[in-house]
Design a protein around this ligand. Sequence first.
Ligand code: AMP
Ligand code: MG
Length: 404
Amino acid sequence: MLPIERGLEIVMSTAKAKQRADWMAAETVALLDSTHRILREDILSDADSPRFDKAIRDGFAVRFEDITEVPAVLIVIGESRAGAGADVTINRGQCCEIMTGAPLPPGASAVVMVENTQRLSPTSVRILKAARENEGLLRRGAEARRGEKILQAGRQIGLADLGLLASSGKSSVMVSKRPRAAIIATGDELVEVDQEPQPGQIRNSNTYTICAQVQEAGAQPVMLGIGRDNLEDLRSKIRHGLEHDILLVSGGVSMGKYDLVETVFAEFGVDVLFDKIAMKPGKPTVFGHRGDTYVFGLPGNPISTMVAFHVFVRPLILFLLKAENTSPKILEAKLEAEAKCDPERAALVPALVRFEGGQYRIRTAPWKGSSDLVGLARANALIMIPRRAGVLEPGESAQFLLME
Ligand code: AMP
Ligand code: MG
């Protein structure tokens, strides 16, 4: 059985080999629609930021050397407010009333906040506290210089980035087009969410979790419904699915008599590169490709599907989006209770993690196996248990993926 890392290498090297110049084009979207998308242009600051020396406190703009000895009384010669500066120059013994965000008048070298002053008259103020040079203000260009690269292509656009794009005058932004991922659930036992399962039936949940994972990763889900466990139905669904950038089929890939998905993949000439991974859950994960389509058979059990998606599909989607970082964020925690290892397979197990005493502490969550969505929903992390004999001891450090 293939180790997880080797499987991921195969997925990623297949994607690299397939990459064409025109692959995954970019598109321009309105600023607000760019949130969480992958940026495809470097963003240069269109001006110095800030654009002018500015106050970052409400108070008085002073020459700092005038207030090395306090209290000191200064003459107030004007007012600078946000949006309208004062047309004055601060000379010795003078100051200017100033508000946050207002331009600093020439000559001033510090802003004393109003809390540290006492107004004596319309033209005089007593400064109660000394200020260091450049305290309470930001010099022009302190955050970024005009023409400086402030955001790099490949980055996922976060909230701060959105604000930065807005301040840089970008009302529209170039981002990666979303690859289209077709989703097919398979199984004769499946009914839709709004249906009442008859004896032996269960509701289809994988379509929804996969759909949400596809969206979260930045691709566009296309739901193709439920394929039944017969060649005819699977053929028609998979034929349609192969017209997309990615095809995700859940279920029908284990060793059961009615697990026919791989048979149909073979009929359509899908080049299958692996169909078993030393991973728990998620052993019967299938990966292949045909033409420009990446093809996955995800194990049917709800948790197996989710884990296999996270480990193999998400990095592929991020690669297609030209994201600078394709790997999941792995964190370290201190184990609070023993965790059993498996010499055959590495495991990703629902776990409870909390941050306490300056570090993450983790233990496996109670769960009843790879169909237990109840157990998974109560967990907040997946702990990674290495493939080896024995146990991980309490106090040992363990890696995990945060699920929130
Ligand atoms: P399979 O790999 O098709 O044998 O499926 C393994 C297990 O996962 C079976 O118990 C299925 O009932 C269950 N399963 C398969 N597909 C889904 C689905 N779309 N939603 C929820 N459970 C599923
Ligand atoms: Mg099945």
